[in-house]
Ligand binder design. Structure first.
Ligand code: ZN
Length: 261
């Protein structure tokens, strides 16, 4: 599932291809957009900015219109130079924006909508976001801790880190990696996790996620995610990385029961 760094990287790439330009063509191949007339409504409008907020991607067009996208589990943004083979079937494309030699494509993804900037500003999905762990602006640690303490104190820490109201951008991969990096057991209840421990996780993750957001190479930071049964890279062969579904959504968490406490 795309996490905040992946979306920030997509915003960088999509913005590089489109910002400051009027697209040559806009196509919405998915049947659910057939009556929405996006090509007509966006015709002649320049792309003024492309930005990520947590896991949301926003394309701002001239004249006060914006595209709002959220990929959830399986969607992807790609910038495909002319002649390069597409990684998925063209039938999986929900949106294609052509400009020069590039095609900017969103494949899949359940949230893709065109709305006015005024509606975007009042959208509760965006207004409710916690501080963005990837954004260049200083991370508001006080706000993060306040939101964390407003959450159910019996909720497990790993599950709480996925709550985008508390901190925007962390998904399954970084939840597991961050708790491991800080040596914090993701199964502890929030009430038993100190502010310093919670901050240690976001402080460990932020530079890694920001680097991944600039070069798209998230996988180099994989230490325990998807490595159940292997030796823990920190405490050695005696201990094995474990996995278990966590929270109401049963999202997979990886951890080391020896060196995370
Ligand atoms: Zn360990």
């Amino acid at each position: 599932m795309p996490e905040g760094d992946t979306i920030h990287y997509a915003a960088l790439r999509v913005g590089g291809a489109l910002t400051g330009h009027v697209p040559d063509r806009i196509v919405t191949p998915h049947p659910s957009f057939a009556r929405d007339r996006w090509p007509e409504r966006l015709a002649g409008r320049p792309v003024e900015a492309v930005e990520a907020r947590g896991k949301h991607l926003l394309l701002h067009f001239g004249g006060g219109l914006a595209i709002h996208s959220h990929l959830r589990m399986t969607g992807a943004w790609r910038v495909l130079p002319r002649g390069e083979p597409w990684p998925r079937s063209p039938r999986a494309a929900w949106l294609v924006i052509g400009r020069g030699d590039d095609a900017v494509v969103q494949f899949g993804g359940p949230v893709l909508e065109l709305l006015t900037e005024a509606r975007l500003r009042s959208d509760p999905r965006l207004r409710g976001l916690g501080p963005d762990i990837v954004a260049a602006a200083p991370f508001d640690e006080a706000r993060f801790l306040r939101r964390l303490r407003e959450d159910d104190p019996t909720r497990t820490f790993g599950d709480a880190l996925l709550d985008q109201h508390t901190v925007a951008g962390i998904g399954n991969f970084w939840k597991s990696e961050g708790c491991w990096a800080a040596g914090v057991d993701p199964w502890r209840a929030l009430a038993a996790v100190s502010d310093d421990e919670a901050l240690a996780v976001v402080r460990a993750l932020r530079p890694l996620m920001q680097q991944s957001a600039t070069d798209g190479r998230q996988d180099r930071y994989r230490t325990i995610y998807d490595r159940a049964g292997r030796a823990c890279p920190r405490c050695g062969a005696a201990s094995r990385i474990r996995l278990r579904g966590q929270g109401d959504d049963n999202r997979t968490t990886y951890w080391c029961p020896e060196c995370q406490s």
